[in-house]
Design a protein around this ligand. Structure first.
Ligand code: PEP
Ligand code: MN
Length: 459
C-alpha cells in the first residue's frame, strides 16, 4: 500500500465547518488513496462549486435507512447491495441504469418471496466513481502512467492527458450521480417498480436457466397478487419501492464538500449518498477515512478482509459506533472462499460478546479475484457461491444473523465472471468483458445467486 501525502490545503470554506470543526480533523491525519490533483485552481473552484450545490440525498432518507438497517441487524430484514465495481460517466445511460435497477428488483423479489423477509434494496450506484488501487502507476509496453482511479479522478484511456488527476471530474461525478439518482427515483416511485410488473422486469434479458426460473416464480407471485386483488386488497403500497444509494467514501474532498448540517437534527450528514463504506485499504483506525466517517450521521460500512483481527473490529466499533446504535455500523466481510470458515467466526464471536449490534454482510467478490489464463481479472462463480455458503454456515453455527450481501453485478449480458448455470468461459471475455475495474456477475449469475441465498435464508 502506498502512502500518499496528506490532503492538499483547501482555502474554500467548507459547509458546517463553523458548527462542526471536527469535520475537517481528517485533513491533519494520515490519508491514503487520495488523488494528487494537477491544478490547484481547478481543485479550489471545484470544491467551491460542490460545496454550494444541493445535497444529492435528503438527511431524512438517511435516517429511514438507518432504521431499516437496524431491523436487519436484529435479524428482521436482509440487505441487498449491488452494482458496478466502478461506475463510469459514459455508462450512466438509461438502458444500463434501468437494467441494473431491474436486476436488483428481481433479486429482491426472489429473496423476499423465498425467505419471507423484507429486503432493503441498495445500489452501488450514483456515486461509485472512485477506486482504490494497489499501485499508483500502470505500465503498458514500457510506458508508465498514473493508474486509473475511477472517473471521479481520471479517465481510463491510457494517455498522459486522461490519466492526469483532474479535479473538475469531481463536479462531473456529482452531476452524473444526480442524473442517475433522478432516474432511479423515477423508476422506483413512478410505477416501474410496481410488483404487478414482476414479469415485465424480466423482459429484454437473455433467456437462460435463471431467467426461466425467475419467470415461474413471477407466475406464482402473479397468482398471489390476483388472488389478493380479488379479495379487494389495496395495492397502493406495491407501487413504490424504497431504493437507497451507496458508494465507497474514498475521495474525502468530495465527501466533505457534500456534507451538510441537517436543519431538522442540527447534525452533519454526508449527502453524497445514503450509505457510505470504508474500503479494505482505507480502514486504518487512526487514518483520515475512519475519522471523517465517524463524524457524519449516515449508516457506515467497513470492509473486512482476511487480515482483519477481532481487535481491529472492536476498535472500529468504538470509533464509528460508540453509542452501539443498531443500524449505524455494517461489517462487510470479504475473506475469500478459502478463508471465511476459519477467519469469520472469531470476529463474529468477539463482536457479539462485546454487546455491539452490527449488521454482518457478505461481499463474496473481493476475496475471490483471480486472473484467467487469457489474462482477464475474473472470479469463479463457484468460489463466489462458496464464500456465500461459508458466510451462512458461520452465522448458523454461532446463532447470529447473516444480514445481507454486497455484490458487483450488472443487468447487462456481460462475460466477466467464469461459470454459472449457463456457463461463461474465458473465450467469451474477448467480446463481452466491459468492466473498467473488477468483474461483475451478469444478469443470469445475479439471479442465480439470489435463488441460492433465498434458499439459504429460508432454512
Ligand atoms: C470494492 O468494493 O470495489 C473494493 C475495492 O473493495 P475492497 O475495499 O473490499 O477491496
Ligand atoms: Mn471492486
Amino acid at each position: 500500500m502506498t502512502e500518499l501525502s496528506a490532503s492538499a490545503p483547501v482555502s474554500t470554506p467548507q459547509p458546517g465547518a463553523a458548527e462542526y470543526p471536527g469535520l475537517d480533523a481528517w485533513r491533519d491525519l494520515p490519508v491514503v488513496q487520495q488523488p494528487t490533483w494537477q491544478d490547484s485552481k481547478v481543485y479550489e473552484s471545484s470544491l467551491a462549486e460542490l460545496s454550494s450545490l444541493p445535497p444529492l440525498v435528503f438527511a431524512g432518507e438517511v435516517d429511514v435507512l438507518r432504521g431499516r438497517l437496524a431491523e436487519a441487524a436484529e435479524g428482521r430484514a436482509f440487505l441487498l447491495q449491488g452494482g458496478d465495481c466502478a461506475e463510469t460517466f459514459e455508462g450512466a445511460t438509461a438502458d444500463k441504469i434501468s437494467a441494473r435497477v431491474r436486476t436488483i428488483l428481481q433479486m429482491a423479489v426472489v429473496l423476499t418471496y423465498g425467505a419471507s423477509l423484507p429486503v432493503i434494496k441498495m445500489g452501488r450506484m450514483a456515486g461509485q466513481f472512485a477506486k482504490p488501487r494497489s499501485s499508483n502507476d500502470e505500465t503498458r509496453d514500457g510506458v508508465t502512467l498514473p493508474a486509473y482511479r475511477g472517473d471521479m479522478v481520471n479517465g481510463f484511456d491510457f494517455t498522459p492527458e486522461t490519466r492526469g488527476h483532474d479535479a473538475s471530474r469531481l463536479v462531473r461525478a456529482y452531476h452524473t450521480s444526480a442524473s442517475t439518482l433522478n432516474l432511479i427515483r423515477a423508476f422506483t416511485q413512478g410505477g416501474f417498480a410496481d410488483l404487478r410488473l414482476v414479469h415485465h422486469w424480466n423482459k429484454g434479458f437473455t433467456a437462460n436457466p435463471a431467467h426461466s426460473r425467475y419467470e415461474s416464480l413471477a407466475r406464482e407471485i402473479d397468482r398471489a397478487v390476483r388472488f389478493m386483488d380479488a379479495c379487494g386488497a389495496d395495492f397502493e403500497a406495491l407501487k413504490r419501492v424504497e431504493f437507497f444509494a451507496s458508494h465507497e467514501a474514498l475521495v474525502l474532498d468530495y465527501e466533505r464538500a457534500l456534507t451538510r448540517i441537517d436543519s431538522r437534527t442540527g447534525l452533519p450528514y454526508d449527502t453524497s449518498g445514503h450509505f457510505l463504506w470504508i474500503g479494505e485499504r482505507t480502514r486504518q483506525i487512526d487514518g483520515a477515512h475512519v475519522d471523517f466517517l465517524s463524524r457524519v450521521r449516515n449508516p457506515i460500512g467497513v470492509k473486512l478482509g482476511p487480515t482483519s483481527t477481532a481487535d481491529d473490529a472492536l476498535r472500529l466499533i468504538d470509533k464509528l459506533d460508540p453509542e452501539r446504535e443498531p443500524g449505524r455500523l455494517t461489517f462487510i466481510t470479504r475473506m475469500g472462499a478459502g478463508n471465511i470458515r476459519e477467519k469469520l467466526p472469531p470476529l463474529v464471536e468477539k463482536v457479539t460478546a462485546s454487546g455491539a449490534k452490527v449488521l454482518w454482510v457478505t461481499d463474496p467478490m473481493h476475496g475471490n479475484t483471480v486472473t484467467s489464463p487469457n489474462g482477464y481479472k475474473t472470479r469463479n462463480f463457484d468460489d463466489v457461491i462458496d464464500e456465500v455458503r461459508g458466510f451462512f454456515e458461520v452465522h448458523k453455527g454461532l446463532g447470529t444473523f447473516p444480514g445481507g450481501m454486497h455484490m458487483e453485478m450488472t443487468g447487462d449480458d456481460v462475460a466477466e465472471c467464469l461459470g454459472g448455470a449457463d456457463p461463461i468461459d474465458q473465450d467469451a471475455f474477448l467480446d463481452r468483458y466491459e468492466s473498467v475495474c473488477d468483474p461483475r456477475l451478469n444478469h443470469m449469475q445475479s439471479l442465480e445467486m439470489a435463488f441460492l441465498v433465498a434458499g439459504a435464508l429460508a432454512k
